[in-house]
Design a protein. Structure first.
Lengths: 183, 183
């Protein structure tokens, strides 16, 4: 008998169901730790790298590549415009995470996604960053995500699937950030 | 008379001071809007692009390049490991933004930064993302940033400079995210 993998939306649904079963049997499999390192170049120009992570009760050994990611600022914000700004990188992380969460949870629920595109925007007032007005926040005052999704699922279904996104949670709800200094 | 630009930490301090003065005279110069578009490839693999933005009372015309950024998931999270995960991308955005904020505000205060490196980690429990336990959050339960900075400034000074970071604010405090669907 020939069996083929049960793939939906590019997600291996058999492996997803197995993952859920394993986590239910052995809850500590679900603990992950992701790590990056950011090196300062000059001004607002930085390069980060990501490789090692912990998950499924062990240090990962499967990832062969170190991913490098840059950040800079446009000229009007005194940068050399060599890469996207950290604010745009947040939008990239959010757009990708909402999309991935929608696609994975759709697959788990037998919902087909034929195509998806998200346009994101975030507004900020530099009075916050520049320290000119303590009443103005430093980050985005809000983010709007406009999805175009080709799927038979309803808007309400797609929204509830997308909202499983970890980055959506990290932004919508406070995420404690501890800053330490080493000599 | 030959004059040279007043550069500190790679930041043009004259331009920074001018920017602050202009914003104080004309507050609407400080309003920025950043935008990205995320295109779904397959599974958890997405590509985002960033180019246009609004700031200083106009649509930007100086940025010539469209920056593209990828996201994927490692094999153990059912991806093809073609790029960093959205969670790692959040750490990259945070590390770059904290570093940039520290460097810019140090420059404005006459503090020299000779070198900076930040190691970030964030922990997550998949019970949240998988919808197995509503008590467990989907995003990072917390992020730790370890800085190594070569500077004469005290740890307290560096911390207060870094905390001008917009992305630090976006994560530490709730950032409203509105999700809309278009046909």
């Amino acid at each position: 008998m020939i069996t083929t993998a049960n793939i939906k939306n590019g997600v291996n649904v058999d492996q997803l169901v197995e993952t859920i079963e394993h986590v239910q049997e052995q809850p500590e499999l679900a603990k992950f730790e992701f790590r990056t390192k950011t090196n300062w170049i000059t001004g607002g120009h930085c390069v980060s790298s990501a490789k090692s992570f912990y998950g499924v009760c062990q240090e990962d050994t499967t990832r062969k590549e170190t991913f490098t990611m840059e950040a800079d600022h446009p000229n009007v914000l005194l940068g050399e415009d060599k890469a996207a700004t950290p604010a745009e990188i947040v939008l990239h992380a959010l757009g990708s995470c909402l999309t991935g969460a929608m696609v994975y949870h759709a697959a788990a629920n037998g919902i087909e996604i034929e195509g998806a595109e998200a346009s994101l925007k975030g507004g900020a007032d530099l009075h916050g960053f520049l320290g000119l007005d303590p009443e103005v926040r430093k980050g985005f005052d809000g983010i709007t995500v406009k999805f175009k999704v080709r799927s038979d699922a309803s808007e309400e279904q797609l929204r509830s699937l997308a909202q499983f996104s970890p980055v959506f949670d990290m932004l919508s709800n406070p995420t404690p950030v501890k800053i330490e200094f080493e000599k």
